[in-house]
Design a protein around this ligand. Structure first.
Ligand code: G4P
Length: 529
């Protein structure tokens, strides 16, 4: 197959949701359609169960699962689909943000009873800022839930989306009869009292026909007609171009657990979802069909086998073909590297591959060369943008608890930070090291991994920091900036890239500092224009 055809048949996306909305269940059903797995229950959820915070075996088990489910690839009707896993647990939100730099589109899963939840809001905001095309799937329709129109309003208001339903439920809760598919103009009816199975899919080209009344009864068909008229009047018509530019989000209703509406979602997805999109580097926009290979690291995973120190770096291929045993330029190091056993991912297994194409993810064995955000090319010096660090939520001093193992401790901290487990700040005043994380759980993960993988011991000490702010000035020699450096020295630190960071101890002190030094800019992420 030609290079261009290979690109055109790839769809790389992520499923995002608040925990428990049904992301794992939906992923599993999609894999079943692709024939990638044979039975339900094969995809393990990688969510950290509540109360598991001190159970290290649980954390290790989860890490194992999260390698297995990092990329789930399968074929459907000649289309190669790559699903990138995004952890739902909020302590790992930064992992999810980074994964979103590697997807070409997303599916947002919402629980019909719970509506828009906190984690969904945050993740959708990131996608909206990047104009990532999104499809919304409202799940658990077999249960009593919110009124469809109320829920659609909530989605528009809380998520700031412009939506258009492409399917619509017939009845609700106890009276739930099935789903009318606006996209395909047919009906899925659900059978029996349990409404557990799809009875049949019936083509309805004319909504006014009496056939509809025969199928779902007079009352339900009247209501459906009214509701669809309202849908037609209130929501814009679906426009693929608008969807592809992140300006319009189609909505599907269904029940992942019972496989209602999942095939319809998948069929529409393969038809409308974008093929590998161009990506902006600091130097230029790179298109997927360019001849030369380029790609970037969006995730690093330490190997689970303690006898092997190597790690797996996940590279998204942006352009060209990635070939095994070919030297590629590691732009940050300015040196060429060859990879003899790049892994490709298929459902739940990985295999060595000779060639991969734009949209694909390859897993490269790494002994410490890579960090998140690194770019690989055939020789051109370009740096992919878009993996900034966000201000952590928690901050603690890290202390060495075993003076004989300080080398191991520093190596361990260094490598764990490159993996993106947390962020390291070094105080300007005294060189003390501070670890910043999104969730408290990471401190336990770090302590455990330092001990088991590097033989080092650490303790933590609380530090009162409200936000880390990356500092920007136009003139380093100005009086204002020099005074800021002097007065705030106690609160200044360098991040791992050597950028200056102001660790504000409260919202109030941040506000006062901003007022006092109006020419200095304080950013909550490490990248700014
Ligand atoms: P997540 O990955 O988004 O966190 O959610 P997951 O798929 O694990 O689903 C969370 C719970 O919701 C699971 O139940 C799952 O069975 C249930 N669920 C998913 N889709 C549907 C649906 O369409 N209808 C109904 N009624 N339930 C659904 P659980 O009891 O937490 O787990 P399990 O013991 O069933 O695995």
């Amino acid at each position: 197959m030609s290079f261009i055809k290979e690109i055109a048949r790839r769809r790389t996306f992520g499923i995002i949701s608040h925990p428990d909305a049904g992301k794992t269940t939906l992923t599993e059903k999609l894999l079943l359609f692709g024939g990638a797995i044979q039975e339900a229950g094969a995809v393990k959820s990688n969510k950290i169960k509540k109360g598991a915070t001190s159970d290290f075996m649980e954390i290790e088990r989860q890490r194992g699962i999260s390698v297995a489910t990092s990329v789930l690839a399968f074929e459907y009707n000649g289309i190669k689909i790559n699903i990138l896993d995004t952890p739902g647990h909020k302590d790992f939100a930064e992992d999810t943000f980074r994964t979103l730099t590697a997807v070409d589109s997303v599916i947002v899963v919402i629980d019909v009873a719970k509506g828009v939840e906190e984690q969904t809001e945050k993740l959708v905001e990131v996608c909206r800022m990047r104009n990532i095309p999104m499809i919304v799937f409202i799940n658990k329709l077999d249960r009593e839930g919110k009124d469809a129109f109320d829920l659609l309003d909530e989605i528009e208001q809380k998520l700031g989306l412009t939506i258009t339903p492409l399917s619509f439920p017939i009845g609700m809760g106890y009276d739930f009869k099935g789903i009318y598919n606006i996209w395909e103009r047919n009906i899925n009816l659900f059978s029996g009292d349990s409404r557990k199975n799809i009875e049949e899919t019936i083509k309805i080209s004319d909504l006014g026909s009496s056939e509809l009344n025969k199928l779902v009864g007079d009352k339900a068909s009247e209501t459906l007609r009214e509701e669809l008229e309202l849908v037609h009047g209130v929501y814009p018509d679906f426009d693929k171009d608008e969807y592809l530019h992140g300006k319009l989000q189609p909505v599907f209703f269904g029940s992942a657990l019972n496989n209602f509406g999942v095939r319809e979602l998948l069929d529409c997805f393969v038809e409308i979802a974008p093929k590998p999109r161009p990506k902006q580097s600091e130097e230029r926009l790179v298109k997927a069909d360019e001849k030369d290979f380029t790609g970037f690291v969006f995730k690093i995973h330490a190997n689970m086998d303690p006898n092997h120190r190597d790690r797996l770096a996940f590279v998204k291929i942006v352009s060209g073909q990635f070939k095994r045993n070919t030297p590629y330029l590691h732009v940050r190091h300015g040196k060429k590297l060859k990879f003899s056993s790049p892994n490709a991912f298929f459902a739940e297994k990985k295999e060595i591959v000779d060639v991969s194409y734009p949209g694909d993810i390859v897993g490269l064995h790494d002994t410490g060369n890579f960090k998140i955000g690194d770019t690989l090319t055939e020789g051109e010096t370009i740096n992919y943008k878009g993996i900034p660090n966000f201000s952590p939520e928690h901050f603690r001093y890290i202390n060495n608890a075993d003076p004989l193992k300080s080398k191991q401790l520093f190596k361990g901290i260094d490598q764990l930070m490159d993996e993106g487990v947390a962020q390291l700040f070094t105080l300007e005043l005294n060189g003390r090291k501070v670890i910043g994380t999104v969730g408290a759980l990471q401190y336990e993960v770090i302590q455990y991994r330092l001990e088991h993988e590097y033989g080092a011991k650490c303790t933590y000490e609380n530090l009162n920091v409200h936000k880390a702010c990356w500092v920007e000035t136009q003139d380093e020699r100005s009086e204002e900036y020099q005074e800021f450096l002097r007065v705030k020295q106690r609160y200044l630190a360098k991040d791992k890239q050597g950028q200056l960071v102001f660790l504000a101890d409260s919202a109030f002190s941040l506000q006062m500092t901003q007022q006092k030094y109006p020419k200095i800019k304080f950013h909550f992420t490490s990248e700014f224009d």
